[in-house]
Design a protein around this ligand. Structure first.
Ligand SMILES: [Zn+2]
Length: 159
């Protein structure tokens, strides 16, 4: 069962009582490619955590506003963090009350806390450890940060 924890105008934070996990749901309808919000940084760190977003090899930042960290992973996501424009973008049509999800490996090369995915979408990759561990043929189906895109190219060149 999910209960609402906090309302933030365009989204609201919910908690799944059974799994004890937070999630973020949209309060609005969005069209594909529409900007949902802008975001900033609460600080840049050299060491990643499970909450940071990767900017560069040794640069990881914490999202501002803080509730954006409750956007969970999905292998078939509906939002994307545009790190060039600092905008959260809808990558498909989003309904009111729909959970916002993003593809963690679209920004994370090697994750500090790998996990088994239970997104239950038809394209679920099951094990999420970072873009480094995903074949480039699969990664090209996703919108990636320029850092991840460049890392993928480097990897192909060194093979
Ligand atoms: Zn999945």
């Amino acid at each position: 069962m999910e209960i609402i924890v906090e309302n933030h105008d365009f989204v609201s934070t919910w908690k799944d009582i059974d799994s004890d996990q937070f999630l973020l749901k949209s309060n609005n309808e969005y069209q594909k490619a529409e900007k949902i919000t802008t975001f900033g940084s609460r600080g840049i760190f050299e060491i990643p955590t499970y909450l940071t977003v990767q900017l560069d090899e040794n640069q990881h930042f914490l999202l501002k506003p803080i509730f954006l960290q409750y956007i969970n992973h999905s292998c078939d996501p509906n939002v994307y963090f545009d790190l060039e424009k600092n905008e959260l973008i809808a990558i498909k049509h989003i309904e009111i009350n729909e959970e916002l999800t993003f593809f963690y490996p679209s920004t994370e090369w090697e994750m500090t806390q790998p996990f088994d995915c239970h997104c239950e979408t038809s394209i679920c990759l099951k094990s999420i450890k970072g873009a480094k561990y995903i074949a480039s043929g699969i990664l090209t189906n996703y919108k990636l940060s320029s850092f991840i895109e460049n890392k993928t190219k480097e990897l192909i060149l060194t093979l």
